[in-house]
Design a protein around this ligand. Structure first.
Ligand code: DGJ
Length: 700
């Protein structure tokens, strides 16, 4: 059993294959966090920290880690929960009430805490994924009292890191065209806050973290890590208290947040998934990848290989017409493309980004016979058909906005700030959700559309909800995301054959919340194959390669060889975004060969284990290796960058192979054992800047 309660010590122990997560009751009946780290052998192994004696300026919660600290009494560090009761009391006491363990497929522990004065109940939920070495946590806050309660901060969890060391935080930061850059900083006393206040996950920061002692490498060292399942305003706070307790608290952002609980109502926080490994950042990533592949991604398509897609955006921008798209589709099919996606421009009065969003009817000038002729042609050519939509948005120049100006989020008598000439519909409103679901349902019902690219191209501004029920207008931040999830869940339920790609001007909405409802993600609008190596490396820290869509394009790639561009894009789910009419016969032939090669290796890339052998941030070459679960097949991508030395190639040590297995390496004469390939490595000759190779490795 991987979850147990030990009566004698009043502790709950959650064991996964290699980790233990432990909490218990202290002398004050508080639920105290006890341990999170490598699995310990005995249930008597765990020690509860005591505060000892302290001065009048100090508080116990700076040294003792409460499992779910509420703001009340003497607490000056980041709380998980802060409320105002109807009688204006803002003090909250969470005392232990009861627990339950259910041991089904995935064992689950629920610990109930209760405020003895006001009847507020907090259920802490834990799921221990034994094989995956991760724990899922979320909290349900229930108002069992007779008056309303305002939640002002309601975090999913705090992760307490053991001991009194100097710790380092690794996180992903960036911007539009430069998402998921790996950043590291040593934590000192105080707080480092990672967050989004933009309404969506953001291109700028990603709700994922890792903590180590400053020495962990890709292969070794203790790493604690976690990712939040939330696609709206989020916050992750890494904090070191004056007594060196190190904690990472995360959940829905408390900025501009109030959520009202009427008697009997409850609020469920997003899931926060965390894990620990002694085997460095590489294993931390692989554990999260496995969790995504085996548990998180929508089950209908989780086991299927992602298709090679063509996307029209960079080729034709808004200028999509039946005639031209059919010509592109014919060329794409010859290359081996499996899914043809028409991007922005097919609907309403959409000839640029100034009009049409919201009017989801097919533009008759561009598609005089509707979408059917193009879809039929794609199907004849052996390809599936996909369509771009941006359902959450409206241009002021649209029929929808003229009819329903109140459907956008706004404050009365205030400006409505436009970005890309568009405004954000309020998905907290049921009528808006019905409209969005209705047009998507009709599109999918009436056409053979097998793929949707769901875009979202601006953050929130003026997040007002004039007709919200009294006192609930600030809930828009949460209710918007819940509305988005409701639409996606309904679509997935009714149109289960349709695959969905999440996009927000590139990688602005990639997180475990959206990835539990969509099948893949558009990683970045930056399609420069070299700059992508940095974006993709950061992406791989938190998210699996199968979800990472990468296109081969011409834009921003003036001098990079076509094979280099392919190799860079083949490290995830491959797409093509170039105008194929601009490619020479030689380029088309190269593309055909590359797409075939990708189809031959994609089961390794998409379903295998990923090893970052060499980082573009640190070395003259990037190298990433993928290995199948049975260790019989592997593929290594090596791409040189613009850094010297580029003529001589030091050996590259491989990873993840079976040490005793003999392997054949493509391009090398002899067979070598996995042990030799990992201990000695291979030499990959690179003759200059921006060269690349793919090496296939097969057990003999
Ligand atoms: C932003 C996306 O990231 C692009 O790929 C493209 O779909 C455009 N939006 C279309 O407006």
């Amino acid at each position: 059993m991987s979850i147990e309660y030990v009566e004698s010590t009043r502790m709950w122990i959650l064991n996964t294959k290699k980790t233990s997560y432990v909490m218990g009751l202290n002398q004050l009946q508080q639920l105290q966090h006890i341990y999170w780290g490598a699995r310990l052998p005995y249930s008597s192994d765990y020690m509860i920290t005591e505060a000892g004696s302290f001065g009048s300026q100090e508080c116990t919660t700076d040294i003792i880690n409460l499992e779910y600290p509420a703001w009340g009494g003497m607490i000056y560090s980041e709380p998980c929960l802060k409320v105002t009761f109807a009688d204006k009391v803002r003090d909250l006491v969470l005392a232990y009430d009861s627990y339950a363990i259910t041991n089904q497929d995935i064992p689950e522990l629920t610990i109930r805490l209760r405020d003895p004065y006001n009847g507020l109940v907090v259920d802490l939920h834990y799921k221990a994924f034994e094989e995956l070495d991760v724990v899922e946590r979320y909290v349900e806050i229930i108002n069992t009292g007779s008056d309303p309660v305002d939640l002002e901060q309601a975090q999913s969890a705090v992760w307490s890191i053991p001991g009194n060391h100097e710790y380092r935080l690794t996180h992903l930061a960036g911007k539009w065209l430069g998402e998921t850059q790996v950043k590291q900083s040593v934590l000192t006393e105080g707080k480092k806050v990672l967050e989004s206040r933009r309404g969506t996950t953001s291109n700028h920061a990603n709700p994922w973290f890792a903590i180590d002692r400053g020495q962990a490498s890709e292969y070794a060292g203790d790493v604690w890590f976690g990712a939040l399942s939330w696609s709206g305003n989020w916050k992750i706070t890494a904090e070191v208290t004056p007594f060196y307790a190190v904690r990472v608290t995360g959940g829905v952002n408390d900025f501009d947040f109030t959520y009202q609980l009427q008697p009997g109502e409850s609020f469920s926080t997003p899931v926060f998934t965390g894990g620990f490994t002694t085997d460095g950042f590489g294993q931390a990533s692989r554990n999260m990848h496995r969790y995504q592949l085996e548990r998180l991604l929508p089950r209908e398509h989780a086991g299927e290989l992602r298709k090679v897609l063509y996307n029209s955006w960079e080729a034709t921008l808004f200028n999509v017409t039946e005639k031209d798209q059919i010509k592109l589709a014919e060329k794409a099919a010859l290359l081996g493309v499996e899914l043809f996606v028409v991007d922005d421009g097919w609907f309403g009065q959409r000839s640029n980004d100034e009009a049409g969003l919201g009017d989801w009817y097919v533009n008759k000038e561009k598609f005089p016979h509707g979408l059917q002729p193009l879809i039929s042609r794609c199907n004849e050519l052996g390809m599936e058909f996909g369509l771009w939509v941006e359902p959450e948005m409206v241009n002021p120049d649209s029929d929808l906005y003229r009819q329903h100006p109140d459907w956008v989020m706004h404050f009365p008598n205030r400006p409505r700030t436009e970005s890309r000439t568009q405004l954000v519909l309020n998905l907290g409103r049921e009528d808006v959700r019905e409209y969005i679901y209705g047009f998507l349902h009709d599109l999918l019902q009436n056409h053979n559309i097998r793929f949707i690219k769901w875009d979202m191209n601006r953050p929130f501004s003026e997040p007002g909800w004039p007709n919200a029920p009294t006192g609930r207008d600030k809930e828009i931040w949460v209710r918007y995301v819940e509305g988005l999830y409701l639409i996606l869940d309904r679509l997935k339920a009714e149109h289960s054959s349709v695959e969905i790609e999440t996009c927000a001007s590139g990688g602005g909405r990639v997180d475990n919340g959206i990835l539990s409802r969509t099948d893949q993600a558009w990683t970045s609008d930056n399609t420069n194959a070299y700059e992508r190596l940095f974006i993709q490396e950061g992406y791989s820290y938190a998210y699996c390669a199968k979800t990472m869509v990468a296109w081969v394009t011409d834009s921003g790639n003036p001098t990079l060889p076509l094979t280099y561009r392919f190799h860079s894009a083949m490290m995830g789910t491959l797409g093509i975004g170039s105008n194929l009419h601009h490619w020479s016969d030689e380029q088309l032939a190269t593309a055909t060969t590359m797409i075939q090669l990708y189809k031959d290796i994609r089961h390794i890339v998409q379903h295998g284990s990923l090893y970052r052998l060499s980082s573009p941030r640190k070395k003259h070459q990037t190298a990433v290796q993928y290995v199948t679960a049975d260790l019989k097949e592997s593929v290594v991508f090596v791409l040189s960058t613009n850094q010297a030395p580029f003529l001589m190639s030091p050996p590259l040590q491989l990873s993840g192979l079976d040490p005793n297995q003999l392997y054949q390496l493509e391009g090398f004469d002899v067979c070598r054992s996995g042990k030799s390939l990992m201990a000695q490595g291979i030499q990959v000759a690179m003759n200059g800047f921006f060269q690349s190779k793919i090496i296939r490795i097969i057990a003999v």
